[in-house]
Design a protein around this ligand. Sequence first.
Ligand code: HXC
Length: 258
Amino acid sequence: MAYETIIVEVDNHVATVTLNRPDALNALNDQLMSELAEALTAAQDNEKVRCIIITGSEKAFAAGADIAMMREKSFVDAFSGDLFTPETDQILRVRKPIIAAVSGYALGGGCELAMMCDFIICSDTAKFGQPEINLGVVAGIGGTQRLTRIVGKSKAMDMNLTGRFMDATEAERSGLVSRVVPCKKLLEEATGAAQKISEKSMISVMVVKEAVNRAYEVPLREGLLFERRMFHALFATEDQAEGMGAFLEKREAQFRDK
Ligand code: HXC
């Protein structure tokens, strides 16, 4: 499939999707979001892919939803069109892990897209923000909700109310990103993490993704019960026998996703 606003490469079990609208700092428009959703679904369906990376350019992961595209919309257009909702729903249905590798600006919808991924690795040049308030609107795909759950009320209010940007140090301190690396090392670090994940049993990997995401959806007691039952269920897999056997036999496990 030929895409115009993203570049997709599959190598060594990792699909890397690069947002590619350099003239607009990778601003998210309908075409980019639809191509991204399609590429992620294709990666989900591709047996060779075990982990996915979404990245942008050095200057921008994505500077938000495309303001030129939104400018002329009426309430009815925005409400009826339900901007980006089908695409984000499709992205959230992907069961393989997705790492956001963020360099430069991740603003508005760009920050929200990064937060939809399973974790974020960023470069020391990264800047996160929800500046929609400066445009007379508010975040629309998670900036008041996911950001609040991740960094807490005070910082989420600060970012959404003032529109200020968070640098990489603050983002790591706040738990928004899992690692900060020098800009030139960003893809190497993200690819290394993706390849490490690719070596695990895909069943355990998908269970981790479901279980951690469940922590944001259900009360603690329900989340713990889900985790425990999934832990029990994994004893029905060959990979459990292989993983534990390999440890005790002091050799590398050879998982077969069974
Ligand atoms: C459209 C954008 C854009 C955007 C940048 N560009 N961000 N175009 N939508 N979100 C374009 C600029 O118009 C410019 O085009 C080119 O990219 C380079 O940007 P500059 O502003 O010249 O670069 P710089 O001075 O380095 O400033 C970088 C920046 C700034 C700080 C990131 O561009 C900026 O503030 N962008 C907007 C950020 C924002 O408000 N995001 C939230 C959007 S609302 P030309 O043609 O002039 O070269 C949103 C809602 C999500 O995301 C909810 C959806 C449901």
